[in-house]
Ligand binder design. Structure first.
Ligand SMILES: [Zn+2]
Length: 203
């Protein structure tokens, strides 16, 4: 899920070596799962997998920013945030389009592969959380890491429940309902990021 807790702007202070390694690990995991879910969503016909990929995209973006944004001025940080908000908004719109298209096609996704990718996504999110927790810096925002991971896990579990629902009913609907809820959350969080970035530019 693309929730606001994952959208905090990167701190503009120097990271310790260990925390940088943790960020790299989290980045590789999140980016890998983004591609796996996008390809898996196309392969299985699951919209919920695409919707779950939205969060991996947003989180990857945050880790990249956290790794490179140290030297950026406040203006450029808000420009980057604006780009991220727009990107997430457009991606969420594409998912809404896919939901409508899938509804018209009415072909249930491959539930088994879909569920397995959901499990893989949950494992990746748990490993990211443990790594970031273990190598957290000083007063690093623990609550934010925890809330973010918890919401990500809820998204992954929603995908698994959707897969189970598709498996049990042989209907496309469980997949579409989960995808639509996540896409709407993505639209609203994309808008929030855009609004916040614009406010920062005015300040
Ligand atoms: Zn997240």
């Amino acid at each position: 899920m693309a929730h606001s807790c994952c959208n905090h702007s990167p701190q503009a202070k120097k990271h310790t070596h260990k925390f940088k390694i943790a960020l790299w690990i989290a980045l590789v995991l999140n980016l890998s799962l983004f591609f796996i879910e996008v390809l898996g969503g196309a392969h299985t016909g699951s919209s919920a997998l695409w919707a779950d990929a939205l969060d991996f995209a947003g989180d990857s973006f945050n880790y990249i920013l956290s790794l490179i944004a140290l030297g950026l001025t406040a203006y450029w940080r808000s420009q980057v945030a604006l780009f991220k908000g727009l990107m997430m908004f457009v991606f969420a719109l594409i998912i809404v389009g896919k939901v409508i298209w899938s509804y018209s096609q009415n072909i249930p996704p491959e539930a088994l592969t879909m569920g397995l990718i959901g499990v893989l996504a949950l494992v990746a999110n748990i490993i990211s959380a443990i790594v970031l927790y273990t190598f957290r810096e000083g007063d690093a925002n623990m609550r934010s890491v925890w809330l973010c991971s918890r919401n990500d896990a809820i998204g992954n579990i929603a995908v698994m429940i959707a897969a189970l629902g598709v498996f049990g009913t042989n209907s496309v609907l469980p997949d579409l309902i989960v995808a639509l809820v996540m896409a709407v959350l993505g639209l609203s969080s994309g808008l929030q990021i855009i609004k916040h970035a614009k406010q920062e530019q005015k300040a």
